[in-house]
Design a protein around this ligand. Structure first.
Ligand SMILES: [Cu+2]
Length: 236
């Protein structure tokens, strides 16, 4: 059975499992992944999508839902019932799962070098007690950020450094990128449009400027975006 899952929350990352079963991840953000890795649970940050196959090999009545009990009990779950099976839906905790994008990518550097590298540093600025932090990209908050010029047909590498203690689901509008390294570890073939850049970590993504027009780049965590975590790319 193929499950296509979208995290439509503006703020929360979710972990999902189907009790008694495993997921084989075959797609992310609408693109095939190069390695169809098997995982006991999937993690989805705001706006991420996953296509996962499940071999239905354990007849019963099961819960598919959030792995954290407080969230599952608050309603985030559905019942998956095999034909001719009865009884209350069962939940089984999946084994502890670490989410690692490299499982789904090729463990080798990308074949194509970028034409230009664009360094982007993410930081938060403390404003005072009881206030929200401001978020900055290269020291500036939207709308005071500088628009980065792009030339159609060129390949760009965004070299992102997250100097904050929050994870950020980074989203680039109107383009698909390739994740080319995480914390210095090269990888290739994983094509996405949202990627989580973990707290105090580095990530690199490559994209070809193939869709002229103003292009928004932002953190998909709404409260970060609302407080400055956003910038524009502009085609020259
Ligand atoms: Cu963020």
């Amino acid at each position: 059975m193929l499950f296509r899952v979208l995290n439509a929350s503006a703020t929360a990352t979710h972990w999902l499992a189907l009790a008694g079963h495993e997921f084989t991840v075959v797609g992310m953000d609408g693109n095939d992944v190069p390695q169809h890795a098997k995982v006991p649970a999937i993690r989805l940050a705001p706006a991420e999508r996953i296509d996962a196959l499940v071999e239905m090999n354990r007849p019963g009545v099961w819960v598919m839902g959030e792995t954290r009990p407080e969230i599952r009990k608050a309603g985030m779950g559905i019942v998956v019932e095999y034909a001719n099976q009865q009884g209350p839906p069962r939940w089984i905790d999946p084994p502890e799962t670490l989410w690692d994008y490299t499982l789904f990518a090729k463990q080798e550097p990308t074949a194509t070098e970028p034409d230009q590298q664009i360094p982007l540093v993410f930081e938060s600025k403390f404003r005072g007690h009881g206030e929200f932090d401001y978020w900055t990209i290269n020291g500036k908050s939207y709308p005071k950020t500088d628009a980065v010029p792009l030339k159609e047909g060129k390949r760009y590498r965004l070299a992102m450094r997250n100097k904050s203690s929050d994870d950020h689901p980074i989203h680039l509008h109107r383009h698909t990128f390739e994740v080319t390294s995480l914390d210095g570890k090269p990888m290739s073939g994983l094509r996405k449009d949202v990627v989580v850049v973990k707290a105090n970590s580095n990530a690199e993504i490559d994209f070809v400027a193939s869709n002229p027009g103003s292009t928004l780049f932002h953190c998909h965590q709404q409260s970060h975006m609302d407080f400055g975590f956003m910038m524009l790319f502009r085609y020259a």
